[in-house]
Write a protein that binds this ligand. Sequence first.
Ligand code: NAD
Ligand code: ZN
Ligand code: ZN
Length: 341
Amino acid sequence: MKAAVLDDVKKFKITEIDKPTPDNEKVIIDIIKTGICGSDIHNWDAGAPKGLVMGHEFTGKVVDPGNRTDLKIGDRVTTLPISPCGHCEACETGNPQYCSETWLHAVGLSLDNPGGLTSTIAVRPDMVLKLPDNVKDEEGAMVEPTAVGLHAVHLADIKVGDKVLIVGGGIIGLVSAMFAKLEGAQYVAVSETNEARGKKSVKLNVADDWFNAKDEHFIENVMAKTNGGFDIVIDCSGNTKAVESELMSVKAGGTIVLVGVSTKPIEFASILAVMKELKIQGAIAYTKEEFKDCINLIANKKIDVMKFVDDILPLEDVQKAYERLTSGTDDAVKIMIDPNK
Ligand SMILES: NC(=O)c1ccc[n+]([C@@H]2O[C@H](COP(=O)([O-])OP(=O)(O)OC[C@H]3O[C@@H](n4cnc5c(N)ncnc54)[C@H](O)[C@@H]3O)[C@@H](O)[C@H]2O)c1
Ligand SMILES: [Zn+2]
Ligand SMILES: [Zn+2]
């Protein structure tokens, strides 16, 4: 079967890989739609690990239920892509995101478990979740990034009336902004270096305002608008400039939640965190409950994630999709790949 395999720095190769064979344990899934994630972009930028088949956000159709007696052929499912051990303290307390094995064999993020940039994959049975009939294929593929935003906002501990800044208006930023409003924030703003994405956050009605992070008066603009800064700042971009802007735009006593991932060390003036008595909180992935909550929120029409889906392209166009998502000028935030297109 055809797959988009990471071949070099910013380069895919469309090539044949082996189809997984049923083993009475793993669930074999035919991919319907796979989303491209900001985390995949880090691998693409580095061209490593070579041979990786990405795609950890997907909806698929069961072709072999493995040991899942509750699933049948044809069921539509999505999967937590993580690979927690299931028996350490973190796993037993419902926090698989802390498990030291969580990323070792993650689907679409490790060499031993190819992701959705191909037509058929095998996934461990305990991570598979059946999608209700009224959840569209694209919505199923949106569950994973939506759960990242939900987890970040839970950790941000937003109070009704808070002012919240989201730094980075990619998909993680946009879903975090959406949940910040649902948590009762009175004012949610997005800061962006990509004007098109900034404007889009307001157009999609997840942000009240957007600020141009490249504007030399950025901090003055933010301070004037918020009357002294934000209660909560959520980093969804992960770089030194972004974190610097967060330390300046958060209020004294406020919280910065770091969701953005940087492959290089980030330097910041820790004196600002000291003087302002800031709380700096990391956020990684999600719990299984949050993942399920996102499926329910979508099924019950409490959130609209379809509005974030910009385009659906065939496997052959994966290279173009990545180039578009990293152009710095395009307003697309979520492009999906349909391997059957
Ligand atoms: N912690 C987790 O569990 C987790 C999960 C998924 C993604 N991530 C990370 O979160 C980040 C966001 O993911 P995404 O899919 O939305 O990625 P993305 O690349 O689509 O979005 C990042 C956005 O940040 C903007 N940006 C860059 N520098 C900025 C600055 N100084 N100020 C304001 N905006 C700036 C970019 O223009 C871009 O639109 C990525 O680093 C990704 O790896 C973390
Ligand atoms: Zn993702
Ligand atoms: Zn564990």
